[in-house]
Design a protein around this ligand. Sequence first.
Ligand code: AMP
Length: 301
Amino acid sequence: MSLLVVGSVAFDSIHTPTAERDRVLGGSAVYFSYAASYFTPVRLVGVVGEDWPQEHTEMLQARRVDTAGLQVKEGGKTFFWKGKYMPNMNDRETLEVELNVFGDFDPHVPEAFRDSRYVFLANGSPVVQAKVLDQMAQPALVVADTMDLWIQTQHEDLLKLLRRIDGLVINDSEARLLTEEENLVAAGMKIRQMGPRFVIVKKGEHGAMFFGEEAVYTLPAYPTAKVVDPTGAGDSFAGGMMGYIAAQDKHDEATLKRSLAYGTLVASFNVEDFSLERMQRIELDDLDQRLGWYREMLTIG
Ligand code: AMP
């Protein structure tokens, strides 16, 4: 079933304690699309500058990503983000951000995308996220991501958006910031009262917590000793999750739980190399094999 993502398309420069990469393919919508494409075709809405290589677009198209919503701004430059990871590979510092064409991104959802049943509003201003929703016909499920910047600078707009979405995916520190609750269980429950039917709080290497109408639970991260580059972990998690939901065309809580497991597993592969490189070397079978091990790990006999 149709899945739409709106978010950043970027060049990233990444510094980790042991390696560096300059201007690799990144952006929330790119990680999301690739991760979701194991399960379902994806419709992408974003913006790039004229420095964007056509081969990146072709690579996404080869993965069933419809790029009809990717605006190319003549004379503009693509969004650029430079980050540095601390030795624990969890905490990171933004060294540079050049918003470029993403700074005045006015998302236009192509007519042919407006009937999408599943919508993911990747990290972006809540005003821009709301503009996307205004263009959609009648989605079955809308899930959004957000970050500290919007919680601090566009608080009222974010609160309005929360009343219009079904699910929110948010980091632990951002959940605390949004609710002023130290306890994450209390924070997750409080966000549900702000509007979304379910909330997923991501805790990096410690997994994710789910807060729904019927259940509250924690899923651990898949244990991996090889973390090369955590960039895009959150977006590939969301992509795996939404891709699975769209492929099933169901969003009851049992389906959501399996979708969280797939999200966890796609993210576990994604962090094993830079940019999309690890995801580019796996297939759905590899995810299913890891799902078998993950299920075994979670079963207490
Ligand atoms: P994640 O590691 O899942 O939080 O996502 C990292 C990706 O988000 C990188 O590829 C960046 O290009 C992108 N990114 C970083 N900052 C922003 C921002 N302010 N808005 C949108 N995307 C961003």
